[in-house]
Design a protein around this ligand. Structure first.
Ligand SMILES: [Zn+2]
Length: 202
C-alpha cells in the first residue's frame, strides 16, 4: 500500500456470534460454488482471496472472515459481523471469532450505495478480470486495494449503476478483483457464474 494512506483499522470484538443455520447454509452453498471454480481460494504464498457477504439489517452485514480463502468449507466461527464502517478513517467495527478483512469496506460501499442490495461477492480471477477490464464498470487503475479511495470509488460507481441485469464491478487497481452484487446471495453469485461461463470459451 502506498505511503501516506490511512492505515486500515479493524475494531474487532473477538467474541462468538450466532446466526441462523439457514443463513449459514445458504452462504456455504454459494461460497462452495465459487471455491470449486477457484474464484475464492489461496495463492501459493498462503494469502487467501475472495469473500462473500450478506446484509443482515441496515448497514450491518455478515462476511467471510480474513484468511479463510483456503478452506473448502467454513463453519460459523469463520464469519464476522460488520456493524460499522468509516471510509474516512479506513476502519470497520466487527464481531466474531474471525476478524473481517480490509475488503469489507468495499462490500460496505455497495450496501451504502444501493439499498436493494442484499448480498455482495468478491472474487479473484486474472483471465476474467483482463477480459472485463474497462468493458464493464471499472474503478480507476490508480486506486489501490484496501484504501478509502477504493471504497469511495466503488460506492459512486454502484450508485450510478443501481440495480440492473448485470451487477458487476471491475476493480481496476486491484489486479484480479471483481465484485458482483444482487438482491440476495443466489443472485450475486449467479452474476459471477454466468459471466465466468460466458467468457470462458471466448
Ligand atoms: Zn480482493
Amino acid at each position: 500500500m502506498t505511503e501516506g494512506y490511512i492505515k486500515f483499522h479493524c475494531n474487532w470484538e473477538n467474541e462468538e456470534i450466532h446466526f441462523p443455520e439457514e443463513l449459514f447454509l445458504s452462504l456455504e452453498k454459494e461460497r462452495s460454488i465459487l471455491y470449486k471454480l477457484g474464484l475464492i481460494g489461496m495463492y501459493p504464498d498462503g494469502i487467501g482471496f475472495g469473500n462473500i457477504s450478506v446484509r443482515t439489517n441496515g448497514g450491518s452485514f455478515l462476511i467471510t472472515g480474513s484468511a479463510t480463502g483456503q478452506f473448502p468449507t467454513l463453519n460459523q466461527s469463520h464469519y464476522s459481523m460488520v456493524s460499522e464502517s468509516s471510509f474516512g478513517d479506513n476502519s470497520i467495527t466487527c464481531k466474531g471469532l474471525t476478524k473481517a478483512s480490509a475488503e469489507s469496506l468495499t462490500h460496505a460501499a455497495i450496501y451504502r450505495a444501493i439499498p436493494e442490495v442484499g448480498a455482495v461477492v468478491h472474487v479473484h480471477c486474472l483471465w476474467l478480470w483482463e477480459k472485463l477490464l474497462n468493458h464493464y464498470p471499472t474503478t480507476s487503475g490508480e486506486i489501490e486495494y484496501g484504501t478509502p479511495e477504493m471504497a469511495l470509488a466503488v460506492q459512486s460507481l454502484a450508485a450510478e449503476m443501481g440495480m440492473s441485469d448485470e451487477n458487476i464491478i471491475i476493480m481496476g487497481g486491484h489486479r484480479e478483483g471483481i465484485l458482483a452484487f444482487g438482491k440476495n446471495l443466489k443472485e450475486a453469485t449467479t452474476q459471477i457464474i454466468e459471466i465466468y461461463n460466458r467468457y470462458q470459451n471466448d
